[in-house]
Ligand binder design. Structure first.
Ligand SMILES: [Zn+2]
Length: 287
């Protein structure tokens, strides 16, 4: 059964580790992440962007697929199904469809409007036992066609949003989505420290986990990050393994064209990436 992310993140914050959010794109992705979480006895959050939601034929299709897998794969670790960077309307649709967690990304609204819309969703999600992530300060890079500059969030604005009663808070600290450029300045730990001091026990979320060096990840966890989003890294691993399979001509040998064979190396590569991240984040055996 899907669970809210509240308990797993509260435990992570107290225990000084982070739970990974791994974005899904299809059945293979979902299966790879769930099997790895179960194998490592780790809690996990499955992330779905609105674009991926459309690609997978809507939120209800995803809820059906994930719930079916939890049963057929005998998954017993805590699993949250979470809308990533949701619009207000997207969050409502996911709550209706059976997601156990949603993010409302109101970071592009003026702070007053972000507060007003977040407040409404706090009431609605609380009533349904669903966790809610809010965002302050846009996160750089491109996500579903929206390009942000990677600014640092204002700690006072973070406190204002945290005080509304959201479950977890994403704040820009120089992190960006996708691959990091050569001249990236690194995470702003001063900003993170200030946010953590203003928001206390609130689990903080680090977006754009792909390519952040391991020592920065550990330091971010020390400073209150309890959820780390990983998306691009699984995509790169999947593409790389699939390309190698094709380039080696394996699809031309025997029944190597069978999608169950063709997609297997990519699926294994996602599992290896998820395993590596769970070990780095410290969530192994925390289910
Ligand atoms: Zn993000």
């Amino acid at each position: 059964m899907l669970v809210s992310a509240k308990e797993m993140l509260t435990k992570a914050k107290v225990g000084h580790y982070a739970v990974g959010q791994f974005n899904i794109n299809n059945l293979e992705w979902t299966k790879a992440i769930l099997l790895t979480a179960q194998e490592l006895n780790s809690p996990v959050i499955l992330g779905v962007s609105e674009g991926a939601g459309k690609y997978m034929c809507g939120y209800k299709t995803i809820v059906g697929m994930v719930n079916g897998m939890l049963e057929s794969l005998k998954i017993t670790v805590p699993v949250a199904l979470h809308l990533d960077h949701g619009s207000y309307e997207g969050a409502l649709a996911c709550i209706e469809a059976g997601f156990s967690s949603v993010m409302f990304d109101g970071s592009h609204y003026p702070i007053e409007e972000n507060v007003a819309k977040t407040k409404e969703l706090v009431a609605l999600t609380a009533q349904k036992g669903i966790s809610l992530e809010a965002e302050v300060g846009s996160i750089g890079g491109e996500e579903d066609g929206v390009v942000g500059a990677g600014e640092c969030a204002d700690p006072d604005e973070c406190k204002a949003i945290a005080d509304l009663g959201v479950t977890m808070l994403a704040a820009g600290i120089g992190n960006i989505h996708g691959k990091y450029p050569e001249n990236w300045q690194g995470l702003s730990f001063d900003t993170l420290d200030a946010i953590q001091q203003r928001t206390g026990a609130m689990p903080l979320v680090l977006h754009g986990g792909t390519g952040i060096p391991a020592d920065m990840i550990r330091r971010a966890i020390d400073l209150g990050v309890s959820k780390i989003n990983v998306n691009t890294e699984c995509q790169l691993a999947f593409a790389d393994a699939t390309r190698k399979y094709i380039e080696a001509g394996k699809d031309l040998q025997g029944k190597g064209f069978d999608p169950r064979k063709l997609l297997a190396p990519g699926t294994e590569a996602i599992k290896a990436t998820v395993r590596e991240k769970m070990e780095l984040f410290g969530s192994v055996n925390k289910a």
